[in-house]
Each structure stands twice: as structure tokens, then as C-alpha cells.
Design a protein around this ligand. Structure first.
Ligand code: ZN
Length: 381
């Protein structure tokens, strides 16, 4: 019995290897796959035929002749299955649909106001329906859903342990949503780091750090090409590094945390202290800065300074080759780049800074949705 189970397991692993080979190297011929995997042409042929019958692979012509016979080549069938990534933000749901090839085929950003988890659940279900309709796909082909969460999550149980800005504690999303598809959840900054790694500035970086600047500050780490979650999925909470033990109170209960000085909320407070004006939103502050309002510009410079101080600490600690700053502040990236770089350069060790690239995210508000969709895609194959 055990022998039969082991044989079945080995077969499944080998089939997955053939599939991954087409995914990573396609279009490829059977001979090339056999060479890459060091396995027999007969084994490769068997799995290729099965994967074609399952509509996961498709023939895509013949390879260029190099003197010998032309051989048939294979790629993933983009229409085989789809997955959906949703970034659950405090005031909007950003969605991305990926085809089986990992190409975005639809996406949206819908504002919502939801005071409790039941209304958020209804908004998420509506987003799933709308995404399927927008992508024009058969609902049965939506095979996996991933959701990025602004807080601490347990990815294994799909429980949101603590999301302060949603005021959620221990919300079981799998139970709450009761979806037809398998669900995965991930911290939004972790997902965004993966989004940058696969779709953004981080394609060539083995070690990168994504800094998510919002109401608070979170970070996602890709180390040695893999997402680093820490021993209990809590890694990346750099927003609560102490910058000033006697500083203003933070919502974590401590004083003088990094995010108290460098988050979007900190920016609004600084503008208020500087001008006596309370702005209704961070968008308003960015619009003022873009229109050359000197107070708004000075506040963002101050924020960039504090961002640089915190990032320098992270860079000294983990020595990444890339830091990507995301969040709405990225729309003012060009304006703030020099100030940020100057601050990081002054506070990092020379050799650490020499190999460092700092970018503002170019994925707009889609980094998290793309990252969590990519995770879902990875579970499907
Ligand atoms: Zn704190």
C-alpha cells in the first residue's frame, strides 16, 4: 500500500516538473524538456499528452530547424484556468485577474465604505462577480482567489489575526466568504513584494524590500528569491521600529515608532501643525504638493527624510539590492527621490549603499493584487 502511494506521489512530482519546465522555459519541445530534467523522452511524452488532455498545455507550432528535424513545441494554455487577486484596502478593493500564463486580463479599483466584516464580505463577493464578467471568462474557470490584507494574517488558516485599520481581530475569511474556489490570504506588503518581484521593478533582484506607506507603514521581504514571513508570519513590521522613545504615541501602544513620523497620517498631522489647516484626505495633500503648494511640499520632504531614516536601518540590517517604496506617495516619487536617496546614503554603510537601487513603485495600486494573484496561480499548478 505504502509503495503504491509513494509511486503515485513520485508520478505526481514528475508530472509537475514537466509542467513547471514548460511554464519556465516554454515554448519548448519534448526533447528539450527531457534534457532539462534529465529524464526519458517517453516519460515526458506521457505527461505532455496528459497535460494537453487536461487543457493545461497546448502545442504552439514547431521549433526552428537546426539541421535536424523540426520538433513540435509546447506552451501553457492561457485559457486553461484563471485566478483572481484582490487587495482589500481600507477604503477600496483593487482586483486583478490573471490567465494561466500569468498575464493580467482584467482589473478594477472600486471604492467602498464598509463598517464591518459582513459588509466587506458582500463587497468582496461583488468584486469576484464583476471581475469574472469583466474578464469575459467562464465562471467555472476561476480556479483560485487570493486576498491581500492590511494586517497580520495566518495564511494557513485564512484567519486575519489583527487588521487595526479595518478594526478586525480574528476574522476567519474562509468561513466568512464561503467561496466556491480555494482561498488564500497574505499580508498586503508581503504580497506587494512578490508583485514587484514578478511584475515590477524586482524581476532581477534576489533580495528586495517593499515598503508599503499608507495609514501605517509595513514592509514585505523577498530574501534569496523567496518571501520571508518569519517564525510566526509577523516579519516586516518595521513600521514599529522605535525612532524616538519619547516621541508621539503609536497605535501599537509604544512611542515614537517609525510610522508615527513617516506614514500618510503623519503627513496630514504635520500639515495641520504647520498651517493650522486640517485636510480631509492624503490625496488632497498630494494634489497640493503637485500644484507647488510650499507647505505641502515641505511636509512631503520631511516625510521623505523620515522614510530615508527608516529605510537606511532596514538596508543596514538585510543588505537588499532593491528597495521599492509603494503607496500613494509613489505618485510624487520624482519630487522626493533625491531627498530620500540622500538620507539613505548618509545613514547606510558605504558598501551596502553601493549596490543598492531605490525605486518608487511603478505598479500603481496593483502591486498587492498582482502579488496575491501570483500566489494563487502558483497554487493551481
Ligand atoms: Zn508602533
Amino acid at each position: 500500500m505504502r509503495k503504491a502511494i509513494n509511486q503515485e506521489r513520485m508520478r505526481s512530482i514528475n508530472k509537475r516538473q514537466v509542467f513547471s519546465c514548460v511554464k519556465n522555459h516554454g515554448p519548448v519541445s519534448k526533447k528539450e524538456i527531457a534534457e532539462l530534467l534529465g529524464t526519458s523522452l517517453t516519460t515526458v511524452s506521457t505527461f505532455i499528452n496528459e497535460l494537453i488532455e487536461e487543457h493545461k498545455l497546448t502545442p504552439s507550432g514547431t521549433s526552428k530547424s537546426t539541421g535536424g528535424r523540426k520538433s513540435e513545441i509546447f506552451t501553457l494554455n492561457p485559457d486553461a484556468l484563471y485566478c483572481l487577486g484582490i487587495d482589500l484596502q481600507v477604503d477600496r478593493l483593487v482586483s486583478v485577474v490573471l490567465n494561466f500564463n500569468g498575464e493580467p486580463v482584467a482589473g478594477d479599483s472600486v471604492p467602498f465604505q464598509a463598517p464591518d466584516e459582513w459588509e466587506v464580505a458582500a463587497a468582496i463577493r461583488a468584486t469576484i462577480r464583476d471581475a469574472v464578467a469583466q474578464a469575459g471568462i467562464d465562471p467555472a474557470k476561476l480556479a483560485h482567489i487570493g486576498i491581500g490584507i492590511p494586517g497580520i494574517v495566518d495564511p494557513d488558516s485564512c484567519i486575519v489575526e489583527f487588521a487595526p485599520n479595518l478594526e478586525w481581530r480574528n476574522v476567519n475569511l474562509r468561513q466568512l466568504l464561503a467561496l466556491d474556489q480555494p482561498l488564500l490570504i497574505e499580508n498586503e506588503a508581503n504580497a506587494a513584494a512578490l508583485g514587484e518581484k514578478v511584475y515590477g521593478a524586482g524581476r532581477l533582484s534576489a533580495n528586495l524590500c517593499f515598503i508599503s506607506v499608507g495609514i501605517g507603514i509595513g514592509a514585505g521581504l523577498i530574501l534569496n528569491n523567496g518571501l520571508y514571513r518569519g517564525a510566526s508570519h509577523h516579519a516586516g513590521e518595521f513600521g514599529h521600529m522605535t525612532l524616538d522613545p519619547d516621541g508621539p504615541a503609536c497605535r501599537c501602544g509604544n512611542h515614537g515608532c517609525w510610522e508615527v513620523f513617516a506614514s500618510n497620517e503623519a503627513a496630514l498631522k504635520q500639515y495641520w501643525h504647520r498651517t493650522g489647516r486640517k485636510l480631509a484626505s492624503y490625496d488632497h495633500l498630494l494634489a497640493l504638493a503637485a500644484a507647488a503648494d510650499p507647505d505641502a511640499g515641505a511636509v512631503l520632504e520631511e516625510i521623505a527624510t523620515y522614510l530615508g531614516i527608516g529605510i537606511a536601518g532596514i538596508v543596514n540590517g538585510i543588505n537588499p539590492e532593491l528597495v521599492v517604496v509603494g503607496g500613494k506617495i509613489a505618485t510624487c516619487g520624482e519630487m522626493l527621490r533625491n531627498r530620500l536617496l540622500k538620507e539613505i546614503k548618509e545613514r547606510t554603510l558605504e558598501r551596502t549603499f553601493r549596490g543598492l537601487t531605490v525605486e518608487f513603485s511603478s505598479l500603481g495600486d496593483r502591486a498587492t493584487a498582482l502579488g496575491v494573484a501570483e500566489m494563487a496561480l502558483d497554487r493551481m499548478v
